[in-house]
Design a protein around this ligand. Structure first.
Ligand code: SF4
Ligand code: SF4
Length: 446
């Protein structure tokens, strides 16, 4: 078996609804709302004010620190206001509102579709371009990409692992991106290898995407040092630590980052964005997202400028089916229920799942029967039943001792529990609490 060693589950992949649907461009909104927090790290700081005219690609907000990312305008128009907005999950944050006028791009951006295969830039220049373009991990974490390209002293990158796994059920945007933009992704891989000073890259793709495997293998055969590794289906293979284990059989220790074992992991959508930033001078202003669900009239893969209301994209997919019980941002395993689809898409949103009522009703919770299925399913070797109970009882110190911060919130434990216990809900709540305690402790030491 070519996969990771510990835990994991096999949910139905449900990819058939949107797989192989060509990427469709979504029309521009009348007003774009651009949140200043679209990444892990410090919020971006606005450099524009009310009344300013902006073009597509123009800087709106600069990075708030090293672990942060700048934000660029996805539209052209006039800054209407900088004000509070509540995102699709109910989180309040500062945002820049732009009244859209036409579609005028910054002249420095190359908008042609011509492939630019060669990159003459030095590694430092590449990293600087990626940093200035606001590139963050589009696989879900939104970690600023330039940080991964600058290993801390004493650590050396040996291999780039390209995440083309897309193990989350329903989502197909990365699959379609590999089919339609494999050449650009391959150039992006070469650029990242140059930036890291390494000669080896492995593209991990699960075997339910045979056409993507074949296409990327053909391209890799013409690219020195790059290979494709077809992987057996197993969720959450797209997790960084699981993918490293599957591809190079190295295990990242608890609390450590992939660079500890010489690996840097980047998702295919991120690498496509790297290509556009370095070769086309285009900052991160859009992405491809999947809209899917069993009752969705026209599911598909849509290229959407950030700031566009999700409701506009859902309309293109045929609207929200009448019997929808839950709207989930992301997929069914790691996604979160949304409360407001009028809010805009941003770097964090990889897809929307419209779940029918009959599937969204939670089954009755029973007592834990100590079957240990959740322990067997946990890919991080944790004890989910225990962590959940500790969180319920607010035992934050005990949770820290039982490595709660290693939890990747994959949901395997909850998926596998025969007693339908809301393990992930409690674990997420506890992890957020312990994370806050750890950050406060670290700040006190400074
Ligand atoms: S959500 Fe956390 S505790 Fe549950 S299986 Fe995943 S990693 Fe383990
Ligand atoms: S899978 Fe559910 S019932 Fe089994 S030990 Fe874990 S929490 Fe208890």
């Amino acid at each position: 078996m070519t996969t990771f060693r510990i835990g994991g589950v096999h949910p139905h992949d449900n990819k058939e609804y949107s797989a192989h649907k060509p990427i469709v461009d979504v029309e521009l909104p009348k007003q774009a709302i651009i949140p200043l927090v679209q990444h892990i790290g410090a919020p971006a700081q606005p450099v524009v004010q009310k009344g300013d005219k902006v073009k597509v690609g123009q800087l709106l907000a600069q990075a708030g620190g090293f672990v942060s990312a700048p934000i660029h305008s996805p539209v052209s128009g006039t800054i209407f206001k900088i004000d509070r907005a509540v995102d699709a999950w109910g989180m309040a944050m500062q945002a820049i509102y732009i009244n859209v006028e036409g579609d005028e791009w910054d002249e420095s951006i190359d908008r042609s579709e011509k492939l630019v295969p060669d990159c003459k830039l030095e590694p430092k220049e590449i990293i600087s371009k990626i940093q200035n373009a606001g590139i963050v991990g589009l696989g879900g974490a939104c970690f600023p990409t330039h940080v991964k390209l600058m290993p801390p002293p004493g650590k050396t990158a040996e291999v780039l692992i390209v995440n083309g796994v897309e193990c989350e059920p329903y989502l197909t945007c990365d699959h379609q991106l590999m089919l339609e933009h494999g050449e650009e992704i391959m150039v992006g891989i070469k650029i990242l290898m140059k930036a890291l000073g390494i000669s080896k890259a492995i593209i991990g793709i699960e075997k339910n995407k045979p056409d993507a495997i074949q296409h990327m293998q053909e391209l890799a055969s013409k690219t020195m040092g790059v290979s494709v590794m077809p992987l057996d289906l197993r969720y959450p293979q797209g997790g960084e630590k699981q993918l490293i284990d599957a591809c190079i059989k190295r295990q990242v220790p608890s609390g450590a980052l992939p660079i500890e074992v010489g690996a840097v992991v980047d998702n295919v959508a991120t690498i496509y964005a790297v290509y556009e930033a370095v070769q086309k001078n285009k900052p991160l202003i859009d992405r491809v997202i999947t809209i899917a669900g069993k009752k969705v009239a026209k599911p598909g893969n849509f290229r959407v400028r950030f700031g566009t209301p999700l409701s506009q994209v859902l309309e293109l997919a045929g609207g929200i089916p009448a019997d929808t019980g839950k709207i989930i941002g992301g997929g069914p395993m790691m996604g979160r229920a949304m409360s407001n689809v009028d809010m805009p898409t941003n770097k964090r949103v990889s897809g929307v799942l419209l779940m029918p009522k009959e599937e969204s009703v939670r089954k009755e919770v029973q007592n834990c029967i100590r079957c240990a299925k959740c322990v067997q399913a946990c890919p991080m070797g944790l004890e989910p039943y225990l962590l959940s109970k500790q969180s319920e009882n607010q035992m934050w110190d005990a949770m820290e001792q039982h490595s709660i911060m290693d939890c990747i919130e994959c949901g395997c434990c909850q998926f596998t529990c025969p007693s339908n216990r809301p393990l992930l809900d409690y674990i997420r709540m506890g992890k957020a609490k312990v994370g806050g305690i750890l950050r406060a402790r670290a700040a006190q030491k400074k």
